[in-house]
Each structure stands twice: as structure tokens, then as C-alpha cells.
Design a protein around this ligand. Structure first.
Ligand code: ADP
Ligand code: MG
Length: 345
């Protein structure tokens, strides 16, 4: 891969091809598994199964599809991969130990951080859903900046991977927010790897291949904005609804696996779609339906209020109470409202 020089124009963010090339990293161990020859190993690697953990965590179906082998062979390979790793049952104190490794990224708003239990969490997936202009993409930009802050300022001294599916990533916005956060804007841009996903397959592969990149580039946050839009446009019509859900399901699985294996935070957005066909119940249900609900660790519904004011509501969390947080979207980024701002409501 040709490394971009630091002094190159900030407009020129890494191209998608470049990211894919970086991902072609030799993995010796996978080929050493019983039942895996060179050919199967290559196919596995091409499909993003680069290390033991990713194979151990796969389903036989996923693996057999990837390597074009039978389910029984796939199951044997998965068992062998699991044996090379120390996974199995564990006592709750070990789970607690892992929970203690969880880190948080500030959103810039104390109110919103409190709603999230201290910020966007690593090792988990956080989904923001809401209507157009509710601030889902603004939050994405803000945390891509904030993850770079040192821990004492609410960051993780890390970098971000931004999978942009709607072409709404704006480097100019990063510059504004970085300046306000006291970061060098040029460095802030260099610490965000942007991948524009052109269709749902492309989006799928970008997530599957993110593992090595995460390790190499000190990535602590993976953003998928939006997680569902490409799936919605690529699978139009009812006939392919099941296929869409299945594909989305696998994609969400991949994202969850990244959170588990690499202890990164996953932030994904989901546009709420008006459903005129629904006469009873909530006509603005998020797309992806029950599949999204099942997969995100934290689900937040965000909506516009007057002017800069936005209201976030915790919909679903394994350990946090439901509640609401009021915050502002300003030129400088996310902020807490003051008395005078709330009077406008
Ligand atoms: P969505 O939920 O659809 O992703 P966005 O995150 O794109 O919504 O939010 C868009 C809104 O963010 C705009 O309507 C505007 O209110 C606010 N916004 C965008 N850019 C700026 C800016 N530079 N300064 C202040 N507010 C902004
Ligand atoms: Mg958006």
C-alpha cells in the first residue's frame, strides 16, 4: 500500500481500494488447521476469516459458504479453531473482569453521556435511530473526533473507522468539531479512516475485513452510518425481504464480533422510515425491525426539537434505566443546553 504523506490535502481521504489492499495480510495459522489446505485457507481469507477467533466464532453455514465446503467439514474446522483458543464456559467474575476493560467515549454532552452510562461503550454496539435531521450523522462525526481525545478528556487516544453508506461524511465538519475540541484539525482528519460503501455487498465486505485494520491503526470506534440504508435500496420489493433480513443479520453479527474480539465501540445509525402501510401500532418503526432490536446492545431513539435542541431516549439496554437526555447540535458540535436554550422549547 502506498502510504499517504502527512502533508497531502486533507480532502483526499483514503480510497476504499486502499483499505481492501491493506487487508490482504498473510495468516499462517489458518492453513495449519486440520482439514484446511492452501485453497480453502485462501477462500477463508478472501471472505475475511483472517484469524482463529473469527473462524471459531463463525457458524458452519457462514464458513461453508465462504470456503465452498460441506457443512460437516466446516463444523470440524470451527471445532479445531476453537481448540486452539481458550474459549468455553467461564465464571461471572471473569465476565466482570472483561466488563472492567470496557471504555467509554464522550459524546460531548454530559446529558447524553449519562443516558449512555458514561458515553459510547467499547465491546458493545450502540444504535441511534430517528428521523431525517435528528442528528444521527452529527453524533457520528462528533465521536469520530472525541475518540481521539486523551482519556482525561473523555477519549481513548484512538482512531475511528467511518463506514459511510449515504455519502454524508463531511471532513469540513470534522475540522469544525476538532478545533472546538482543541485538536489539530489536520491530525484529526488523518485519524479517521473513511470507507464509502457503494452497495450492501460492499458494506458487508468492509465490515468483514475491518479486523486487521482495527489492530494496525489503533481503531477504537467503528461507525456505520447508516447500517440499513443500502440494504433497503438493494432489496426492493417484498419478494427479497427474507434475503435482506438474512444479509443484514449476518452484517450485524460481523459488527458484534468486531466489538467482542477487538473491544472497539460500534456506533450505527438507522433511519426511521414512515410506514404508511401500517395502520395500527407505530408507523415510524426503524427499518430492520426485530433483527436490529435483537442485535444492538444499546438502542437510542433521537428526535428534533426546536432549533438546535435534540432529545435522545434510551429504548433498550441490558443494564441502564430508560430515560431521556436533551442536548444541542451547534457549529462546535454536541453540547449541553443552558437554561436560556431550554426556554426556546
Ligand atoms: P440525520 O439524523 O439525518 O443523520 P444529521 O446528523 O445529518 O441528521 O443532522 C443534520 C442537522 O444537524 C441539520 O439539520 C442541522 O440542524 C445540524 N447541523 C449540521 N451541520 C451543522 C453545523 N455546521 N452547525 C450547526 N448545526 C449543524
Ligand atoms: Mg444521516
Amino acid at each position: 500500500m502506498v502510504k499517504k504523506k502527512a502533508d497531502e490535502s486533507t480532502e483526499e481521504l483514503p480510497a476504499v481500494e486502499e483499505i481492501l489492499i491493506t487487508e490482504k495480510i498473510k495468516v499462517k495459522d489458518v492453513a495449519d488447521l486440520p482439514g484446511v489446505g492452501e485453497k480453502i485457507a485462501d477462500k477463508l481469507k478472501e471472505s475475511g476469516f483472517l484469524d482463529m477467533m473469527s473462524i471459531a466464532a463463525a457458524s458452519p453455514k457462514e464458513l461453508s459458504d465462504a470456503a465452498e465446503i460441506g457443512d460437516a467439514t466446516a463444523a470440524k474446522i470451527i471445532c479445531a479453531a476453537r481448540e486452539t483458543l481458550d474459549i468455553g464456559y467461564e465464571t461471572a467474575d471473569k465476565v466482570m473482569e472483561r466488563r472492567e476493560k470496557v471504555m467509554r467515549i464522550t459524546t460531548g454532552s454530559k446529558n447524553l453521556d449519562a443516558l449512555l452510562g458514561g458515553g459510547i461503550e467499547t465491546g458493545s454496539t450502540t444504535e441511534f435511530h430517528g428521523g431525517f435531521g435528528s442528528s444521527k450523522t452529527q453524533v457520528a462525526h462528533q465521536i469520530a473526533v472525541n475518540v481521539q481525545l486523551p482519556p482525561e478528556k473523555g477519549g481513548l487516544s484512538g482512531t475511528a473507522l467511518f463506514i459511510d453508506t449515504e455519502a454524508t461524511f463531511r471532513p469540513e465538519r470534522i475540522v469544525q468539531m476538532a478545533k472546538a475540541a482543541g485538536l489539530d484539525p489536520k491530525e484529526a482528519l488523518q485519524n479517521i479512516i473513511v470507507a464509502r460503501a457503494y452497495n450492501s455487498d460492499h458494506q458487508f465486505i468492509l465490515a468483514e475485513k475491518a479486523g486487521e485494520l482495527i489492530r494496525e491503526k489503533n481503531i477504537k470506534l467503528v461507525i456505520v452510518d447508516s447500517v440499513t440504508a443500502q440494504f433497503r435500496t438493494d432489496f426492493v420489493g417484498r419478494g427479497t425481504l427474507a434475503e435482506r433480513q438474512q444479509k443484514l443479520n449476518r452484517h450485524l453479527h460481523t459488527l458484534q464480533r468486531l466489538a467482542d474480539v477487538y473491544n472497539v465501540a460500534i456506533y450505527m445509525t438507522n433511519q426511521v422510515m414512515s410506514r404508511p402501510d401500517i395502520m395500527f401500532g407505530d408507523p415510524t418503526a426503524p427499518i430492520g425491525g426485530h433483527i436490529m432490536g435483537h442485535f444492538s446492545t444499546y438502542r437510542i431513539y433521537v428526535r428534533r426539537s426546536k432549533g438546535e435542541i435534540r432529545i435522545a431516549k434510551m429504548i433498550d439496554s441490558p443494564n441502564l434505566p430508560e430515560g431521556e437526555a436533551v442536548f444541542l447540535i451547534t457549529t462546535d458540535g454536541l453540547k449541553d443546553p443552558e437554561e436560556k436554550d431550554l426556554k426556546k422549547r
